[in-house]
Write a protein that binds this ligand. Structure first.
Ligand code: FAD
Length: 257
């Protein structure tokens, strides 16, 4: 059992604490595991940080931090673990650029320490980025840059290798069919639901947060329609719901120090 006090979260909201924790975990833990970032991995990391700078709706201090990191990364061709850790350090001479030191899960808090947390926040961050991209550069003819960036992140950095293999399988099968940014939002939504269906009832299922086909009725009653007695998703309503749920105005700052 966890000794930390339970943080009560509103299921209708996103929490900046989870999102910033996802960012710090990807950079300070996952990308810091390698003694050396070779060209391929470094290129995946640069792309990821650039996408965060463009689309992460973070607090000013966090955006400044990411912007500095992006500028630092751009010209590099070779980065050792020490270089990377030094670049990531919160620097006192840059008081307006800071990333929290430790992750704190709120909406992603699990009923046991080994449940939820980082993978939950990574999904949340990825959904948020696809939606922010669709809101900020909604050109319907141009493809998503968030989706391929995420794919490479998972391929090169996601610590759960079995998860990465499953995800790459889904990406290789159908990601090339995604035409635009709304399509990217829907692709990620439907693949996440496939993962939920596969994992429901397994050891990674937190009994307090069972894996369901998402969003449930109480979050979006118009997202499901009945056709010929069968329950179906209404993709237009899913998009409308996602653009509100994963909007910057739906993020609570509770528990942020
Ligand atoms: P999560 O599935 O992590 O979801 C987080 C939150 O997102 C939910 O609480 C809900 O609010 C919301 N949500 C749920 N479904 C959707 C949806 N369809 N669209 C938008 N939002 C949604 N674990 C394994 O054991 N095997 C795997 O193969 C595996 N593959 C993974 C692949 C990726 C890319 C990632 C990021 C994680 C993977 N995991 C895998 C971990 C697993 O999917 C969960 O993240 C983990 O078990 C924690 O589950 P959770 O209950 O917090 O909900």
């Amino acid at each position: 059992t966890t000794t930390a006090p339970w943080r009560v979260a509103d299921r209708k909201k996103l929490y900046m604490a989870d999102l910033e924790s996802a960012v710090l975990y990807t950079l300070r833990v996952e990308a810091a595991r390698f003694s050396h970032l070779d060209e391929e991995r470094l290129s995946a990391l640069k792309q990821y940080v650039t996408v965060l700078v463009k689309y992460f709706p973070g607090r000013l201090v966090v955006m400044n931090y990411l912007h500095n990191l992006d500028l630092w990364l751009r010209p590099r061709t070779n980065v050792s673990q020490n270089n990377w850790e030094e670049a990531l350090r919160n620097k006192a001479e840059l008081p307006y650029a800071r990333l929290p030191e430790n992750p704190l899960w709120v909406g992603c808090q699990g009923s046991k320490p080994e449940l939820r947390g980082f993978p939950c926040s990574l999904w949340t961050l990825f959904h948020l980025l696809t939606v922010q991209e669709a809101l900020l550069s909604p050109n319907h003819a141009s493809p998503s840059e968030v989706l391929p960036t995420m794919r490479r992140y998972v391929q090169y950095f996601f610590g759960c290798r079995e998860c990465a293999e499953h995800f790459e399988g889904m990406a290789a099968e159908s990601m090339h069919k995604v035409k635009n940014k709304d399509g990217a939002v829907l692709w990620l939504w439907s693949r996440h639901n496939r993962v939920n269906a596969r994992l429901a009832g397994t050891a990674s299922d937190d009994p307090k947060f069972p894996k369901i086909q998402w969003p449930p009725q109480d979050l979006c009653s118009s997202c499901q329609i009945i056709i010929n007695g069968r329950r179906m998703w209404d993709e237009r309503e899913i998009l409308r719901f996602f653009k509100a749920y994963f909007s910057r105005h739906n993020i609570y700052l509770d528990f942020i120090k």
